[in-house]
Design a protein around this ligand. Structure first.
Ligand code: KIV
Ligand code: ZN
Length: 517
């Protein structure tokens, strides 16, 4: 990395501000799983939680502090001894730790929330930072609602915090109120008044997305001299969320010609991290979300498809493989040509002769005339018909799922393969999760569930449920579909169908034992 480029530190707050998203609560074990993935992603700081807020939260921060050694582990605290002490206990075992204290500075917060004047605010900050210094070398101070604070008072609060021992100053746009040009001016003004910011003292920004400007505001601050951004995976967070990590990191990377900065993020881990966070928080990523949305690399127009196939960069500014996707997605429809069709067929793992391609393409065109979009599953159905069925390497013999209120569901699964039975049982977060864990115990495919969708295909009480799953294995996506009047069984059938395709298509076995696909 050329030395003149500035490093931007990535402070990930998915496990703290992100978890403040309505409905996104995580168990300590789930938080640990995400923290380990954030470590693989190579973030610089993980804000693991707010230890004083509950015993579970304290435990989660303790677990992360013990197990995650590379990034700095940070705990959030109000400006009060009891909170700081909870952080001290939670971070005791951390290899590298940081205390993050916040106190509101804006006029509206001072008057209505805190009922304190400017002098009292400064006093409170200085006293607590000084006292915390005996336990923490790294202390970050956030003047909450900074973007609505009088700039001169923001300078006074920043100066006082640094003199008391703060090593990072974070400027939050707590209510997502600022706009890029204004925020850039504010950051430049702060650096002018407090020159150690962005140098000896880390200058961080923390933007919320109430006006949809969180990433743009963060980038404006970086251009003005900030050297740390606080962000979350998928942009989750309080209300409309926080600045999205993947957007900021990819903006810096894609526009390095203009931004002249870099991050240490391992780009290939981005999609995996996004899917893990979405899966564990239950917060679905909107399809058109930049970078990690399902449609972010999908091209529907025939003109765009043709362009991408000739030269990807005609309509794509990021190579999807760089962030861990298998490649661009052309949404096939009646405008798609043989070139796009053949390319998709190969990506799905089928190797056809020219004659087979020709026959399948004719059937595809007929279907595309009737249907606006032709999905991978439709193409697979055509191909399986043309070139033969998928052998059932793994067959479901028996399934029992017990769900009881207050208890984790338990699934017992028996599969048959090459004349032998394989059995497993597992708990899970839900009945489907329990079944999938049991299946994985047997098959050990290492596949990740990239998509799960369910719909009813008939009506009435005994409606058939249809489940479609997409599994990601070895960088390839494979779809599976299952139907049953029992949606759990439909879910298992869909997963098994995908596994059978994987075994047959990508890893055909001539003889012998069934082995992991
Ligand atoms: O949005 C905010 O102001 C915060 C602070 C605690 C940094 O989350
Ligand atoms: Zn926040």
């Amino acid at each position: 990395m050329p030395s003149k480029k500035r490093k931007i530190h990535i402070f990930d707050t998915t496990l703290r501000d992100g978890e403040q998203s309505p409905g996104a609560s995580l168990t300590p074990e789930e938080k640990l799983k995400i923290a380990k993935q954030l470590e693989r992603l190579n973030v610089d700081v993980i804000e693991a939680g707010f230890p004083a807020s509950s015993p579970g939260e304290l435990k989660a921060v303790q677990m992360i502090s013990e197990a995650v050694r590379k990034p700095i582990i940070c705990g959030l605290s109000r400006m009060m001894p009891k909170d700081i002490d909870a952080c001290r206990r939670a971070l005791e075992k951390a290899k590298k730790k940081r205390l993050h204290v916040f106190l509101a500075t804006s006029q509206i917060h001072r008057q209505y929330k805190l009922r304190k004047d400017k002098r009292e605010i400064l006093q409170m900050a200085v006293q607590n930072i000084k006292a915390a210094k005996k336990d923490f070398k790294q202390i970050e101070f956030s003047p909450e609602d900074a973007s609505r604070t009088e700039p001169s008072f923001l300078v006074a609060a920043t100066r006082a915090a640094i003199d008391a021992g703060a090593t990072s100053i974070n400027i939050p746009d707590t209510v997502g109120y600022t706009v890029p040009q204004e925020f850039e001016c504010l950051i430049r003004y702060l650096i002018k008044k407090v020159p150690e910011l962005g140098k000896k003292v880390v200058l961080s920004v923390h933007c919320h997305n109430d006006l949809g400007l969180a990433s743009a505001n963060s980038l404006a601050a970086i251009l003005a001299g900030a050297n740390q951004v606080e962000c979350t995976i998928n942009g989750i967070g309080e209300r409309a969320g926080n600045a999205s990590m993947e957007e900021i990191v990819m903006a810096i990377d894609t526009r390095k010609d203009f931004v002249d900065c870099y991050t240490d993020i391992r780009l290939r881990e981005i999609v995996k991290t996004s899917r893990l966070v979405s899966h564990l928080t239950g917060m679905v990523v909107q399809p058109n979300k930049a970078i990690v949305g399902r449609n972010a690399f999908s091209h529907e127009s025939g003109i765009h498809q043709d362009g991408v196939l000739k030269k990807r960069q005609t309509y794509e500014i990021i190579d999807p493989k760089r962030i861990g996707l298998s490649g661009s997605q052309l949404i096939l429809g009646k405008l798609s040509g043989r070139h796009a069709f053949k390319e998709r067929v190969e990506k799905l793992g089928f190797h056809l002769s020219e004659q087979e391609v020709g026959k399948s393409f004719e059937r595809f065109k007929m279907l595309a005339d009737k249907k606006k979009y032709v999905f991978d599953e439709d193409i697979e159905a055509i191909l399986e018909d043309e070139i033969g069925h998928i052998p059932e390497t793994w067959k479901l013999e028996y399934l029992k799922v017990i769900t009881e209120s207050g208890q984790s569901p338990v699934a017992n699964v028996r599969l048959r393969s090459q004349g032998r039975n394989f059995e497993a049982h597992s708990e899970g977060d839900g009945p489907v999760d329990a079944c999938y864990k049991a299946l994985e115990q047997i098959v050990k495919s290492g596949a990740q569930l990239a998509h799960y969708g369910i719909q009813s295909v008939t009506s009435g009480k005994d409606a058939q449920g249809e489940v479609v799953v997409k599994l990601l294995v070895g960088g390839r996506e494979v779809a599976g579909r299952g139907t049953s009047t029992d949606i759990i069984e439909a879910s298992v059938k869909a997963y098994l169908f995908a596994l059978n395709k994987i075994s047959t298509r990508f890893f055909p076995k001539e003889t012998g034992e069934p082995s992991p696909v």
